[in-house]
Design a protein around this ligand. Structure first.
Ligand code: BGC
Length: 346
């Protein structure tokens, strides 16, 4: 189903809202602005319905928050240090969006664009976007698509694709936040499992300097499920960024048939499994959510939602030595990144 809002987006046209439904009663809504996931309502075994995603009360509020709720991020998710990288001997200067660094594709990233709706039915929608040569400083014209599908086994499946006419780093992700409690509450009460042996320490600005570190013996070891609160702020790496805001290099190494993360609500009535073809997952515990508009009367406070963003490691254009596939997309190739969030209700 597609509807248009009476309110207008920053380009002066209505927001277009899309509703997907499956036979299990799951209802997912999206909008074309930012190819954004707005809501996922999951029926529980006791007959109640639980909202799994953080969100704002109206589409216009999405332009007034800096949390990137549910948005499609491009061309390059996470940070590029000093907004600069060198490719084939040429240095590209990007639009900085967090201090001197570029975060989430620049000041006018893909989250702030109107995507075209190329086709749509009850269970899927395909969005497309063209990013011009030089957009946010990136080389070449890039054509992107985002395919969202709601499956009968309760997965929100998100497939990003892109092609370019000049070599360019590409790292697309969806920045959806989860709280499986269904109401505004501290997400650190959730249990999390992350099937990753290494994480990437960062400085106060989220920039990695020293390469990957073994999770063993650190607060970053989620290989066995543990409450997020268990080791929260337990060491310097977390304290620098007010909690978890780090990329984990996944054991699955891009095999999207393997579970890479598993999340449980405190009452265990709702669980979520994550699958991805991306090499890494940024686990962000919502450290800077304070003041972000919510669906209710009170804004969110810090740590009320978490993101599990499928990505290349941050700042990869400046670290070709890292053990993951090359993040540079060449003309004639196609970038494909698949991520699935599967909900399991008890
Ligand atoms: C970043 C956080 C940032 C958040 C919202 C995450 O991907 O790692 O540092 O606050 O996005 O911008």
């Amino acid at each position: 189903m597609l509807t248009e809002t009476p309110t207008l987006a920053p380009d002066g046209l209505p927001y277009r809202l899309i509703t997907l439904r499956n036979a299990q009663g799951v209802v997912v809504t999206l909008m074309d602005w930012g190819a954004t996931l707005l809501s996922a309502r999951i029926p529980l075994a006791d007959g109640s319905i639980r909202e799994a995603l953080l969100g704002c009360a109206s589409p216009e509020q999405y332009s007034q928050q800096a949390a990137y709720f549910g948005a499609s991020i491009g061309r390059y998710a996470n940070r590029i240090a000093k907004s600069r990288f060198t490719l084939d001997g040429k240095t590209y200067e990007l639009t900085p969006s967090q201090g001197e660094n570029q975060l989430h594709g620049g000041t006018e990233g893909f989250d702030k664009r109107r995507w075209a709706i190329s086709n749509q039915n009850d269970t899927q929608v395909l969005f497309t976007l063209t990013s011009d040569d030089g957009d946010q400083g990136f080389p070449g014209t890039l054509n992107a698509s985002a395919l969202y599908r709601l499956t009968e086994d309760n997965r929100i499946s998100i497939e990003y694709r892109a092609t370019v006419d000049k070599a360019c780093p590409v790292n697309m992700t969806n920045h959806v936040y989860f709280n499986l409690n269904g109401e505004q509450s501290d997400v650190r009460s959730h249990k999390l499992q992350l099937l990753a042996d290494a994480y990437l320490p960062v400085d106060e600005m989220g920039i990695p300097h020293d390469g990957l570190k073994d999770v063993a013996g650190t607060s970053f070891d989620f290989r066995k499920p543990k409450a997020i609160s268990a080791d929260f702020l337990a060491d310097g790496d977390q304290q620098k960024v007010k909690g978890y805001d780090h990329a984990f290099l996944l054991q699955a190494k891009g095999d999207a048939s393997q579970v890479v993360a598993h999340l449980w609500s405190p009452d265990e009535k709702l669980q979520m499994k994550v699958y991805t073809s991306a090499p890494a997952l940024q686990f962000y515990s919502g450290n800077f959510l304070d003041g972000t508009p919510s669906r209710g009367s009170e804004p969110y406070t810090a740590w009320q939602g978490l993101a599990l963003e499928s990505e290349f490691l941050p700042d990869s254009p400046n670290h070709p030595e890292w053990p993951q596939p090359d993040c540079v997309l060449l003309p004639g190739e196609e970038y494909v990144s698949l991520t699935e969030y599967q909900f399991i209700a008890d």
